[in-house]
Design a protein around this ligand. Structure first.
Ligand SMILES: C[S@@+](CC[C@H](N)C(=O)[O-])C[C@H]1O[C@@H](n2cnc3c(N)ncnc32)[C@H](O)[C@@H]1O
Length: 240
């Protein structure tokens, strides 16, 4: 595939700087409008431990952050981090509905976060964990950073594409990614490489047992998962 940068195979910062204008509407189209419900559910799980500090990692245009902000207690401190300034610009427009100080948006790299050790009770991530780990030479570093900034007992809640268990459904899902997501996403966004990357990485990404194994081996103490849409997506919760 053609997704190399100087570090190897990974989506470049450039891709995520270029996609924003049509990013939100394409998420709705390509997930048949299911993505916002998945984020809402993820936000509820992020907040189950009544956190005092929460990070939306790879927050993009702040769709998960918005759900967290709607559901969180008023005194919960909310943070969003992303390395794309164009994503963050849109994020900032959205979160301003909650008042300027409610959510702190930070431009930064998931591999080197500007937070102290044991800082967050919960870290949520929606459709960003694949980018941090799929054929990514910094995958271990990204997971280690999440572990570092989480308090002991804190939770890492991931909503991400996964692999349906049933072989027939899995094939149909792969077909959908290759022949719908890539061309339609490419056409509407005008950025075919970004959506080729999405389809390719989704079709080759972890199943629930595989992602659980990766998180446990990295040092999380327990992992649970909820399959969504017959396993095409999953919410995975890992406890430090
Ligand atoms: C597929 S988007 C998901 C955005 C958002 N969370 C959502 O639910 O729509 C992935 C996001 O991860 C960000 N990202 C990827 N790698 C990153 C890294 N190493 N550090 C910070 N942000 C990163 C991208 O800029 C992009 O906004």
């Amino acid at each position: 595939m053609m997704f190399h940068d100087e570090k190897g195979y990974r989506p470049t910062q450039q891709i995520f700087t270029e996609v924003p204008p049509k990013y939100d509407i394409l998420n709705r189209i390509l997930t048949l409008n299911l993505d916002e419900g998945w984020r809402r559910k993820t936000a509820a799980i992020v907040l189950e431990n009544q956190p005092s500090r929460v990070l939306d990692l790879c927050c993009g245009t702040a769709d998960l952050t918005m759900h967290i902000a709607r559901l969180a207690a008023e005194n919960t401190a909310l943070f969003g981090l992303d390395f794309s300034h164009t994503m963050l610009k849109r994020a900032s427009e959205k979160v301003s509905a909650f008042g300027k100080e409610r959510v702190k948006l930070i431009q930064g790299d998931a591999g080197n976060m500007p937070f102290e050790n044991d800082y967050f009770d919960s870290v949520g991530i929606s459709f960003g964990f694949r980018n941090l780990t799929f054929e990514n030479p910094d995958a271990a570093l990204h997971i280690a950073e999440v572990l570092r900034v989480l308090k002991p007992g804190g939770r890492f809640v991931i909503v991400e594409t996964s692999q349906p268990e049933n072989k027939l459904i899995r094939s149909a899902y792969h077909f959908y990614q290759k022949y719908f997501t890539a061309p339609i996403g490419g056409l509407i966004s005008g950025n075919r490489p970004a959506y080729d990357y999405l389809a390719y990485s989704a079709n080759h990404y972890y199943s629930i047992p595989e992602i659980s194994d990766v998180l446990l081996k990295a040092g999380f103490s327990s992992v649970g998962a909820i399959p969504l849409l017959l396993g095409a997506t999953a919410i995975v919760t890992a406890i430090k």
